[in-house]
Design a protein around this ligand. Structure first.
Ligand code: ADP
Ligand code: GLC
Length: 483
């Protein structure tokens, strides 16, 4: 089975969030299921400088305003096709935004190009790799199913995975011809979306199957509140829409071998975590307080992540005798609020504003509990890392957070299965109740130890999810071949 994965970011080459982690880790887990994956991604400068064994395999004179060469390449154990198209991707800044943080004005073309090239590969234009399935991720690859549908050439079936319905890629209707789509694509069952072109909407309507990254999110997005304008379409897709949980790369996230930790540890040596806790307290200017419950946050600072609720709950957190170590980057207002709180509570709240992978590992290996108070969360990866590192997650009961953390209520504890604490609804009051519950468990160190063991024993790898994806691929291939 051959799969072309089409995606706009891949860890460790280029990353703005969990999408990159997924795209970077899933291929090797799929290899164990007999699925060979090649990942197609844009040739941003960071990608061009990271790739090895580069060989040009396909040429296009015209790809939305300039020539393109498709390179076969390798990096970090991944098999890649990279689109070298200087007019689209050879720029400073992030994959989607300029150095000033503004969306590139030609993003419609930059990502239509990604989908266009994917379609060429699906038609068998690159000798030696004709995919059985094309797997597109998020709005940036959302036009893949559309390009395939509006072209008569024989091609593989498509799967679209939604990692976050909040980002939909909408562009003016007038771009339709320039994007290379026929007039009839602008329809209810095509790319039309409230008078605009919806990249994600088109993919959701047309792909043979749609997946999202947790079963609970799959049901939430079918509701008016969670559907972000797409609930009708998603409901109509019926059983074509499924939720498959994410995993994490358990070689990147392994507390026994993690070089970012001053002190590595395993389940039976987890008391050694206290050395990491001391190191983190020192690094972030927190009091050296081994017995205080230390919470952590590793997050984008955005409305989705609910961190403004945590800001409001901080007096409560402090009153329970706890500390907080937060690392994050994003909206100024949220950052500002945490800065003010840190100044008000010296030694009790420590912050780092920026993106730092090594520090993210230290937080996971040091804190007692990781807080994830998201308003919505398609899956979430930080709580999975926290489980593996023995930091009990305190999470909002939404999306993938609800599916991955077993609330340590009385029955769960009696059955010996809790791995964290959930709170609902997503309000300051409920979060405060969650903080109280966590503090109560902390006071009973024996109970805490049991939950930590449960957490660290949880299988958060890609092995299980990869089996689901492999089964899905086999399913649509056999349907297509009439099997
Ligand atoms: P999302 O993709 O919505 O941001 P996820 O939980 O799926 O949320 O993935 C976030 C990823 O980004 C995780 O790998 C997490 O460790 C990482 N991350 C988030 N913020 C930071 C940061 N400030 N520094 C380093 N890594 C971060
Ligand atoms: C998105 C979601 C996050 C998910 C990630 C990877 O960024 O916000 O919940 O874990 O994609 O699927």
């Amino acid at each position: 089975m051959k799969v072309l994965s089409v995606v706009s970011e891949v860890y460790p080459l280029i990353k703005t969030g969990g999408l990159a982690d997924v795209a970077g880790a899933l291929p090797s887990a799929l290899a164990a299921e007999g699925v060979e994956v090649i990942t197609l991604l844009p040739g941003y400068p960071a990608v061009m400088s990271a790739i090895d064994n580069v060989a040009p395999v396909y040429w296009m004179d015209e790809l939305f305003g300039g020539p393109a060469t498709i390179l076969s390449a390798e990096a970090a154990g991944l098999q890649l096709f990279v689109i070298e198209a200087k007019h689209l991707y050879d720029r400073p800044g992030g994959p989607y935004v300029s150095p000033e943080g503004v969306d590139w004005p030609d993003n419609a073309f930059r990502f239509a190009a990604l989908a266009r090239v994917a379609a060429q590969i699906a038609y068998g234009e690159i000798a030696g790799f004709v995919p059985d399935v094309v797997h597109a991720h998020d709005w940036q690859a959302g036009l893949v199913p559309a390009f395939l549908r509006y072209d008569a050439r024989r091609h593989a079936p498509s799967v679209l995975t939604v990692h976050n319905l909040a980002f939909q890629g909408q562009f003016p209707a007038g771009l339709l011809p320039a994007l290379g789509l026929p007039p009839h694509a602008f329809s209810l069952d095509g790319v039309e979306y409230y008078g605009m072109i919806g990249f994600l909407k088109g993919g959701l309507a047309i792909a043979d199957r749609v997946t999202t990254v947790s079963p609970t999110y799959a049901s939430e997005i079918r509701s008016t509140e969670g559907g972000m304008g797409l609930s009708g379409l998603l409901t109509d897709r019926g059983t074509d829409l499924v939720g498959i949980l994410n995993g994490i790369d358990d070689t990147v996230w392994n507390p026994q071998t993690d070089i970012c930790l001053p002190q590595r540890f395993a389940l039976n040596t987890r008391v050694k975590r206290k050395l990491n806790k001391a190191a983190l307290q020192q690094r972030l200017g927190l009091d050296d307080a081994p017995d205080q419950l230390l919470y952590g946050v590793v997050s984008r600072l955005s409305w989705q992540k609910g961190l403004d609720l945590l800001v409001e709950a901080l007096p409560h957190l402090i009153a329970t005798g706890a500390q907080l170590a937060l690392i994050g980057t994003g909206e100024d207002a949220i950052q500002q609020a945490f800065s003010v709180a840190a100044a008000e509570h010296p030694g009790r709240i420590g912050t780092f504003f920026g993106y730092d992978e090594d520090l993210a590992h230290l937080v996971q290996g040091a804190v007692d509990s990781l807080i994830v108070p998201s308003r919505f969360e398609p899956c979430g990866l930080t709580q999975l890392c926290a489980l593996r590192y023995g930091a009990l997650p305190l999470v909002a009961r939404v999306g993938g957070l609800a599916d991955t953390i077993i609330d340590a209520n009385e029955m769960a504890r009696a059955a010996g299965v809790g791995t964290g604490v959930q709170f609902a609804p997503v309000t300051v009051k409920a979060l405060e109740t969650g903080l109280e519950r966590m503090a109560e468990i902390w006071r009973d160190q024996e109970a805490w130890g049991q939950l930590q063991k449960n957490a660290m024993r949880t299988d958060v790898s890609w092995r299980g999810p990869a089996k689901h994806y492999a089964a899905l691929y086999r399913d649509i291939v056999s349907l297509r071949s009439g099997g």
